[in-house]
Design a protein around this ligand. Structure first.
Ligand SMILES: *Cc1c(COP(=O)(O)O)cnc(C)c1O
Length: 709
């Protein structure tokens, strides 16, 4: 029985089912339905229908049933829901009718699906979430495996001294779009793995993402010792001991979870190396069934796909051999190999000595590996040449498929309506067709600009409410009211920078020449302002120092409120920012940004990019759809690189960006800028869509793996 079944009136009794399927979150009519159910509550809960249904009184629900327009909308949404949940007409079932029963299992440490399920930290998680949503839209036979972290990722607080504090909150499971998986007797279904001589158990949660299920492991069960219960408590916290235990649980426990659910995938896709232990479990199973190690490894090789995301060597997990001994002694015998052979599978010289490297393991044992942009592909082939020493660097079998974003999740509903008007009401079904976007030429400049200004005002209003809310709740002091965006001017050129505060992303590059920046920001006729947001990893002190630097500048009276730092960046806020600023800034230290995706979200909404030619932008930039900071050059000296990039950025702002934005016609419309917005959408929307990406994963990786079977 679904939660809230007893309190829902008969006429709308499937609302709970709808609230527990994240399909609603990317379907405009379904969002509208929950918005109308109780608008203040919708806002108060940050768009969390499960929580809304929990709070709403029976009387209020009864009122909704008495509203004929609401019931009509409900019926319309449910018809659409039922139609879309059937798989008959989907892209995949039309293209590959013979493969609709071949499951693709996708493992990821984090999934960024919706704010009400805070089990993501940044780009990697958002990508997994978008990946899952698009496989649903395209009808792939797909299942996701991850963790339910009962405390999720941290909430960020930046007090007036500017040093980020991490606040962990227990997620109330009855307020999240998840349901427990029970066995035939009504008890929680449990799986277990051996962790250093002790059985550790995990229960399973089910998240429905449109047509596809996602299963999340959670070790917070009575059967475990207190220490083991904490294993999945938080995302990315703890030492390497915690990390290896989590990775064993995800990789090996994940495979066992699939078996417990009766699922035998034809393809295993590892999103990053965290889950690569799954390869060992798949081999072990086959050896136990009677194959030799070589035969088992060959079979597993055929069905495995690995995506690497990190062009920085230190960003790849590696574990000391004594830890491998502690956790895998006994396991290699079951795989039919010796300790030495086992260690060789992941052996890699780290800067601190030989260790077991998860990326090496994944590259060695998977049949197909890919990077996430063309440039990242080149970097990865160089970086992992040692795995294929007999091949030339350009023959190293790591291909690349550039990332994308799930269009329906990141488009504003306002822009979506504009596209429907000019590109056709079915634009969303055809959005990965580049020719569709040629029709943007028909959108009148005044209309596009009006829409943008509306979204910008909406963002400014959102930021103000964000600060107000936190002040009322006692989480802010008056300084934060100044720094949190309340002084933003909706008419000033507004530049957004929101992402994780990792040092290579160089959030403070723009501040290198303070006097020059001040002149740009404080120009009386052509003011410029910056909106910053983002969290630093709780153990990353240099990252936190960057936040503090930005924060102190936001406080600086000389900058007069033209720099804002917004606390507690998350998916909810990201939507407002990528839909509402004028320009999206990205300043990674090339070539460290594997792809980046926030700029794609901005582009989809007509927001041009000002970015280093790194990751996706090295492919996206065409000379007319935004700006490239620096050039296609590499540096050996980071100081030189920073200086060069900062100069380039100031010059672009002064000579091109500010004049274009403030070049207005008689109706105060910046014609040149609007042309740039059109070109931004036209050239990027289809190419950097998650739909284009999933179709490439399907044809280049998944189908060959299925055919190999
Ligand atoms: C899109 C997104 C990211 C990823 O941004 P990058 O540009 O890839 O760094 C991180 N966090 C949130 C909340 C996002 O929405």
């Amino acid at each position: 029985m679904m939660p809230f079944a007893e309190k829902l009136p008969e006429k709308i009794n499937r609302l709970s089912e709808l609230a527990h399927n994240l399909w609603w979150s990317w379907t405009p009519e379904a969002r509208e339905l929950f918005r109308r159910l109780d608008y203040p509550l919708w806002r108060q809960t940050q768009h969390n229908p499960v929580l809304m249904l929990k709070i709403l009184s029976v009387d209020r629900l009864q009122q909704a049933v008495n509203d004929a327009a609401f019931v009509r909308l409900y019926n319309k949404v449910m018809i659409k829901f039922d139609r879309e949940m059937q798989n008959g007409q989907s892209w995949f079932s039309t293209q590959y009718p013979e493969f609709t029963q071949k499951t693709i299992a996708y493992f990821s440490f984090e999934f960024g699906l919706h704010n009400s399920l805070p089990i993501y930290s940044g780009g990697l998680g958002i990508l997994s979430g978008d990946h899952a949503k698009e496989t649903s839209d395209l009808g792939l036979p797909f299942v996701g495996i991850g963790f339910m972290y009962p405390q999720g990722y941290f909430r960020q607080r930046v007090p007036s001294h500017g040093w980020q504090e991490a606040v962990y909150q227990q997620i109330d499971m009855s307020e999240a779009p998840i349901l427990p998986i029970l066995d035939e007797t009504g008890h929680e279904k449990l799986i277990s793995v051996d962790l250093g001589g002790r059985q550790v158990y995990a229960r399973l949660w089910h998240v429905q993402v449109g047509r596809i299920p996602l299963y999340l492991l959670d070790t917070d069960v009575d059967e475990n010792d207190p220490w083991d219960r904490e294993l999945s408590a938080r995302l990315y916290s703890g030492d390497s001991e915690m990390r290896i235990r989590q990775e064993i649980m995800l990789g090996i426990g994940g495979v066992r979870a699939l078996r417990a659910l009766g699922i035998h995938p034809h393809v295993y896709h590892m999103n990053e190396g965290h889950s690569a232990f799954l390869l060992l479990e798949c081999i072990r199973e086959k050896v136990v069934d009677g194959l030799t190690f070589t035969e088992a490894a060959r079979a597993v090789h055929k069905q495995s796909v690995f995506t690497t995301h990190t062009p920085v060597p230190a960003g790849h997990d590696a574990f000391a051999f004594h830890m491998i001994d502690q956790y895998f002694a006994g396991f290699w015998e079951q795989m039919g190999i010796s300790r030495e052979h086992f260690l060789n599978l992941g052996g890699h010289e780290e800067n601190w000595g030989m260790a077991f490297n998860m990326t090496i393991l994944a590259l060695r044992l998977s049949g197909q590996s890919n990077a996430v942009s063309k440039l990242h592909g080149e970097v990865s082939r160089k970086m992992w040449h040692e795995v294929w020493p007999q091949k030339r660097v350009d023959e190293v079998p790591i291909t690349s498929i550039t990332n994308g974003v799930h269009v329906s999740s990141w488009i504003s509903s306002e822009m979506s309506q504009l596209y429907a008007k000019y590109l056709g009401p079915d634009w969303s079904e055809r959005h990965d067709d580049p020719t569709l976007w040629e029709k943007l030429a028909d959108v009148p400049a005044a209309e596009l600009w009006e829409m943008h200004m509306h979204l910008k005002r909406k963002m400014v209003g959102f930021l103000r409410e964000h600060v107000r809310r936190r002040w009322i709740d006692g989480r802010n002091d008056p300084t934060q009211i100044l720094t949190g965006g309340t002084l933003l001017d909706p008419d000033a050129l507004t530049i957004g920078f929101a992402r994780r505060f990792a040092t290579y992303k160089r959030a403070t590059l723009i501040f290198r020449d303070f006097e020059r920046l001040k002149r740009i920001l404080l120009d009386t006729h052509r003011p410029v302002q910056f909106v910053f947001a983002g969290k630093a990893h709780p153990a990353d002190d240099p990252g936190k120092r960057l936040i503090q630097e930005v924060y102190n500048l936001a406080k600086h009276s000389e900058l007069g409120g033209r720099v804002a730092f917004i606390e507690d960046y998350n998916m909810h806020m990201a939507r407002y920012l990528v839909q509402g600023v004028d320009l999206w800034l990205n300043t990674p230290r090339r070539p460290r940004e594997a792809s980046g995706t926030s700029g794609m979200k901005a582009a989809l909404n007509g927001i041009p990019n000002l970015s280093i030619l790194d990751g996706w932008w090295a492919e996206g930039y065409n000379g007319a759809n935004g700006w490239a900071i620096g050039g296609n050059v590499d540096f050996n000296n980071t100081e030189e690189q920073d200086q060069h990039d900062a100069q380039s950025m100031y010059q672009l702002l002064e000579d091109e960006i500010v004049p274009l934005f403030y070049g207005r016609d008689r109706d105060n419309i910046p014609r040149g800028w609007v042309d740039l917005m059109r070109e931004t959408i036209r050239s990027n929307a289809a190419q950097f869509s998650m739909r284009r990406m999933i179709k490439e994963y399907t044809t280049q990786l998944y189908i060959p793996a299925i055919n190999n079977h």
